[in-house]
Design a protein around this ligand. Structure first.
Ligand code: UDP
Length: 328
């Protein structure tokens, strides 16, 4: 049996780590990427199928060439702030592209789908611990676009027998512990990489987006999960589907919330330097608290995060920031 898995966005941050984990687990990850935000250097764990998800003919070609046993779908735009100012970009790039991909997979007879969704589908829920049963009420177009794709997967499951595992990520952080790949976005908008760039003197300072939230220190609280642990869950999710288990949804987080100020303080300790900060306004679309229940993936998939400490995530990211392949 062919062990090809089509990995959309395989040249991006989470997708590239997934390709590495798939290769280590004995699969052949086929990286499908248009390099709008991905990095060619990150494609090193399997073949590259360059293309755009909105190009249905190209997708059909790739399905015919590799006959993947499953799809892992990472390719997406994922910036909360940008999704608030340019929602059409999110509905087109995320939702229309996903429909194309799901239809192409379905027509090619590829009926297993692992999907990268997000805790941004929950919206702002007054600090409740979010789990798979929590009602989704997105407050930004990014979260809305991901929820729409979840709905699509469920509809194709009911009508065509498509089997899916949906992962709702909390805040992905860290980098490959071997230092081969890591996070780099242009422009960078995420807290930990921006903070490390400020520590390294590549940026003047880190702006704290809002200090008047209803949290202990007034800054937003997030649940950070190591990218290597996250992709381990994806391999477990893929095997779950290959074992003919039913479609399901899993939250991926550690269950521990850290405020922006706590992340800053841990970064100062890990790097032994001080992040220069500026107090700023709230960023539109940000929920005050997003923390996962984080039990189901452990119980059903047997997921065991190995790098669950925030300090480990920051240390791995810091090592990557000093690697030759990292470009700020
Ligand atoms: N954040 C911040 N300054 C920045 C970037 C992010 O204070 O320059 C805050 C942001 O408001 C959020 C948290 O850090 O509360 C994590 O944001 P990030 O963009 O990393 O991830 P998101 O939660 O949007 O997925």
């Amino acid at each position: 049996m062919t062990k090809h898995v089509l990995v959309t966005g395989g040249a991006g941050y989470v997708g590239a780590h997934a390709c590495k984990a798939l290769k280590q687990a004995g699969f052949i990850p086929v990286c499908f990427d248009n390099f709008n935000t991905g990095w060619r250097e990150a494609v090193k764990f399997g073949p590259l199928a360059e293309g755009d998800l909105l190009d249905r003919a190209r997708l059909d070609e790739v399905f015919a060439q590799y006959k993947p046993i499953a799809v892992m779908h990472f390719a997406a735009l994922s910036l909360v702030g940008e999704s608030m100012t340019n929602p059409s970009k999110y509905w087109r790039t995320n939702v229309m592209a996903a429909l194309n991909l799901i239809e192409a997979a379905n027509d090619a007879g590829c009926d297993k789908f692992v999907f990268s969704s997000t805790c941004a589908t929950y919206g702002d829920q007054d600090g409740v611990v979010l789990d798979e049963m929590t009602q989704q009420r997105p407050i930004n177009a990014y979260g809305g676009s991901k929820r729409a794709i979840e709905d699509m997967l469920r509809d194709f499951g009911a009508s065509h027998g498509l089997k899916s595992v949906i992962f709702r990520y909390f805040n992905v952080a860290g980098a490959d512990p071997d230092g081969e790949i890591g996070e780099q976005h242009v422009p960078e908008t995420h807290l930990i990489p921006l903070m490390l760039d400020a520590i390294a003197g590549k940026r003047a300072a880190l702006t704290v987006f809002g200090s008047d939230y209803d949290t202990e220190d007034g800054t937003c609280v997030r649940d950070y999960v190591h990218v290597s642990d996250l992709v381990d869950a994806h391999v477990l999710g893929l095997n779950w589907l290959l074992d003919d288990k039913p479609s399901d949804v899993f939250c991926l987080g550690t269950g521990n919330g850290f405020s922006v100020r706590e992340v800053i303080s841990q970064s100062n300790s890990v790097t032994n330097r001080e992040v220069p900060i500026i107090e700023g306004e709230r960023r539109a679309g940000d929920a005050a608290v997003l923390v996962s229940g984080s039990v189901k993936a452990k119980e059903l998939l047997g997921w065991q995060p190995k790098r669950a400490e925030l300090s480990t995530m920051i240390a791995d990211a810091w090592r990557w920031h000093q690697a030759p392949d990292y470009k700020a």
